[in-house]
Ligand binder design. Sequence first.
Ligand SMILES: C[S@@+](CC[C@H](N)C(=O)[O-])C[C@H]1O[C@@H](n2cnc3c(N)ncnc32)[C@H](O)[C@@H]1O
Length: 251
Amino acid sequence: MERNEIGHQFLAKLGKKRLRPGGKKATDWLVQSANFSEQTLVLEVACNMCTTSIELAERFNCQIKGIDLDPGALKKAQKNIEAAQLSHLIEVKQANAMKLPFEDNQFDIVINEAMLTMLSHSAKEKAIKEYYRVLKPGGQLLTHDVSYLDSNLTSIIEELKTTINVNVAPLQVDDWRAIFKKVGFSKVESIHGEMSLMSPKGMIKDEGLFNTLKIVKNGLKAENRKQFKNMNHFFNKTGKDLKYIAVRSTK
Ligand SMILES: C[S@@+](CC[C@H](N)C(=O)[O-])C[C@H]1O[C@@H](n2cnc3c(N)ncnc32)[C@H](O)[C@@H]1O
């Protein structure tokens, strides 16, 4: 039986570098709303190939630790870090967001994009408690996930799971905000909007025109075409009511 690949692994294989619902727009909002500087110690949870970590290190010259569960993504991350000549600033290792291999009160900023959505409610809380534990008092948590406004989207969320072949549990805007407050975070602020993951405009903004054309060309190869078309259809038509949410919270 033909089996879909995990959505983000499939898109990464096609050449996509940002594997997150709100793309560059949401990431830029998170970054501009936080206090990055050369002195900032950052933890990127679910760093995957380190697209965000590399941009942060290039822009702010800050020290970054990245963790991810996926050894294949971390191998790619290591290659990207070396190609960007940033090994003195970024260090990656395999770890689980729910059991971070770091001391309490260590980081100024924790950034975590497009991962919490994939966890059950109790696992989300467990991971967010870990982020709270490793952040310094006054430290900032930056997250980016899938959300929705209309409570009547159960069948669309079911379709999202089969389209990207991952168990997902997006929350409504107020429920995302509530979970951070429940763990103890304050000053919880958020923005939400249209998902740009696979929209033509979003792809060009996130990946540039040349890379978008390359991704589409790869997606239309015989071995990828069915899944690429399914994902395209879902993100641009059936699943259009799903939103991205970016949240900044303070310990
Ligand atoms: C959709 S991708 C997002 C990657 C990247 N943050 C981005 O925005 O482009 C989700 C990532 O979360 C990682 N992941 C999933 N569960 C995790 C966990 N419990 N701990 C650490 N990483 C996890 C996956 O391996 C994958 O790299």
